[in-house]
Write a protein that binds this ligand. Structure first.
Ligand code: NFS
Ligand code: SF4
Length: 639
């Protein structure tokens, strides 16, 4: 077995991996070593879409080059890519739809939540063309929620949320190409229908269909989720918080929330506060709620709740022996959690009727019964405190401080302290002057097949050293926070230009400096990044594709990241992936996605202005990204 320091940069995770090995427990890191990767699957050339197959196309022309139905490798690879993107899109669309539905229940007095952000409500309503005057909050929320649900029902036109947020020039481009989505459910169904056996067999057409799915993801998934969650739970503001496994407290009842849709996580926090005294009756000092993955990000952004760990090491909080309950909803929940939990007193609690794990406790969570469910979950955790085995407790000590909560609203507010009348000006001036060369969104996951955090951190370090501002979301944000890039001290790693700008803006806001990586939230909050780009493009009167920016997911694992990446490609933003996107079996698909427009007849670069960059080495990836950013600068007439 490889040494644990080859598996993760996080010393706390290393410590617990050693403990797990001593106790004979396998985690995702061990399973990744045991599971070899199939060459056909990793290049995307394996098709299981009908019972004539499975078919797989042999590499280098040696062996069958067509499936039984006659599908060639380009068709098979592009269908598989579309399939992956659809999975990502449906995750985000379900997320958004659940929140829209919850809002309606709330204003009909059927669900116990209170609308927190009336300013955001008004701005979204205005953007949707819904007059606000004279309406009470409930009326307005209902209208906004119905507009959201229309995006799952309408049979003509395009998504309300796309019209609300898309940059005008991108919109026109998609319209001309006939790519505008009609409604999310329709497009998901159509996407599946076109990738089915005997459906669409034109690889270029399949890839264009994938772009439409990316638009569904961006607008009816990411943007809608963020907007409605901000209305319901409040728009994030700067918060200071703590990261790493040391946030688990030996003297407290520890409850971790893992998953994505904050309807559950918010209620768990509320009931943990209400039942704090109950915990003292079993000898604990109180209740400690900690976050994992994106539920962690949601609570962190709005409540400053600390974050224990990110995706690849989500089983390790259990190995501390001090976790009373791990509460999950959906997405990125490893089924392996239950095997690990069964070795400890930890109770794994699933909550959604369509996302259960055998062996786990299921406490059904609906918005109508949110209080009862959250109360039961917290009481179960309290009960479990006395079941701890003292011999099994070992909590790594390290914690790192970090800032988060950088919504677009908060970033604009911070910039207003420098220039109240024209807040974007200081940022745009710094980009024009070259103090900031460009910006990169570091997004996505960690993946048990890659050394955890290493690639995220390395890439961020390279970029900020070269005066590229980094914004981050998802589990990548956890990586950067753990290694000091979300604290003001992180500016010591920046090039002079970037450091100067971050220090000036930070000091205008009472901080020593802004952190070099700004935490913008969970993965659905990639919408915030898109909104920031749209605002900058509007300010400069250019297209989003012209901006000196890029997106990157060095350690991704999830189809959701492919969906988000497709959304950014459609907007003309280059997207780097550091993990094999499983399309390399088709030269055609690789060319469409990764070639520059002058090198191949049809490319995403030519059609939209952004291309995919696949590079596993973070230092080399940073070079390529920088080259592209500099090219876009030249396009804008900047040096
Ligand atoms: Ni994003 Fe968030 Fe994490 Fe990756 Fe999974 S939790 S939605 S997919 S692993 S960043
Ligand atoms: Fe084979 Fe075609 Fe069926 Fe795919 S759809 S399994 S390539 S016969």
């Amino acid at each position: 077995k490889p040494d644990v320091n080859e598996l993760t940069m996080d010393t706390g995770v290393q410590q617990l991996l050693v403990k797990a090995r001593e106790e004979g427990i396998d985690t995702a890191f061990d399973r990744a070593i045991k599971m070899s990767q199939c060459g056909f699957g990793s290049t995307g050339v394996c098709c299981r879409l009908c019972l004539e197959g499975p078919c797989r196309i042999a590499p280098n022309g040696k062996g069958p080059q067509l499936g039984v139905c006659g599908a060639n490798v380009d068709t098979i690879v592009s269908r598989n890519f579309l399939n992956a993107v659809i999975q990502g899109v449906s995750s985000h669309a379900e997320h958004a739809r659940e929140i829209a539905h919850a809002l309606i229940e709330i204003v009909e007095d059927k669900a116990p939540y209170v609308i927190q952000d009336q300013a955001k409500l008004n701005s979204i309503a205005r953007g949707l063309g819904t007059p606000c005057d004279g309406k009470d909050v409930n009326e307005l929320v209902k209208e906004v929620a119905h507009k959201a649900l229309e995006d799952f029902q309408k049979q003509s036109g395009t998504l309300n949320w796309l019209k609300l947020h898309a940059h005008e020039k991108s919109y026109k481009n998609w319209q001309q190409l006939g790519l505008l989505p009609v409604n999310a459910h329709l497009e998901i169904a159509k996407g599946i229908a076109r990738m089915v056996m005997g459906g669409d067999a034109d690889p270029a057409n399949l890839l264009l269909g994938t772009i439409t799915m990316g638009l569904v993801d961006g607008y009816a998934g990411l943007h809608m989720s963020t907007d409605l969650q901000d209305i319901l739970f409040g728009s994030p503001r700067t918060v200071k918080t703590q990261y790493r496994l040391g946030v688990i407290k030996k003297e407290k009842v520890n409850i971790s929330v893992n998953g994505h849709i904050p309807l559950l996580a918010e209620k768990v926090v509320e009931w943990a506060n209400k039942l704090n005294e109950e915990a003292k009756k079993v000898g604990a000092e109180g209740i400690n709620v900690i976050g994992v993955c994106c539920s962690g990000n949601e609570l962190l952004m709005r409540k400053g709740i600390s974050v224990a760990t990110n995706y690849a090491s989500q089983e390790l909080p259990i190995v501390t022996g001090a976790l009373e309950a791990m509460v999950v909803d959906i997405q990125c929940i490893m089924p392996g959690l239950q095997q690990v939990a069964s070795c400890y007193h930890t109770e794994l609690i699933t909550t959604l009727p369509y996302a259960k794990i055998s062996g786990a406790t299921h406490v059904e969570f609906t918005t109508e019964t949110a209080d009862e469910a959250a109360k039961e979950i917290v009481l179960r955790a309290i009960d479990n405190f006395e079941k701890r085995d003292p011999n099994k407790i070992d909590i790594p000590e390290e914690v790192t401080e970090a800032y988060a909560g950088f919504s677009v609203e908060q970033i604009i507010e911070a910039l207003s302290s420098v220039n109240a009348g024209d807040p974007l000006k200081p940022l745009v001036d710094a980009i024009a002057g070259g103090e900031i060369v460009g910006a990169v969104a570091l997004v996505g996951c960690t993946n048990p097949r890659k050394k955890q955090d290493k690639y995220n951190v390395e890439l961020a370090m390279e970029l900020i050293k070269n005066n590229v501002l980094v914004v981050a979301t998802g589990c990548s944000a956890h990586s950067l926070a753990k290694f000091g890039l979300m604290s003001p001290e992180g500016v010591k790693y920046c090039g002079d230009g970037l450091r100067g700008v971050l220090t000036a803006i930070g000091q205008a806001n009472g901080l020593p400096a802004l952190p070099p990586a700004l935490h913008m939230g969970s993965c659905v909050d990639n919408s915030r990044i898109a909104d920031l780009l749209t605002a900058l493009a509007n300010y400069l009167n250019v297209s989003v594709k012209d901006l000196p920016v890029a997106g990157s997911c060095p350690e991704t694992h999830h189809p959701k990241a492919l969906a988000i990446g497709t959304f950014f490609l459609a907007n003309g933003v280059d997207v780097h992936v550091g993990v094999n996107p499983q399309v390399t079996g088709s030269e055609f698909v690789v060319n469409v996605l990764t070639s520059s427009k002058q090198d191949f007849p049809v490319t995403t670069d030519g059609l939209f202005g952004g291309k995919l960059i696949y590079e596993e080495d973070s230092v080399k990836a940073a070079e390529t990204i920088l080259d592209r950013i500099k090219k876009k600068r030249r396009g804008l007439g900047l040096r």
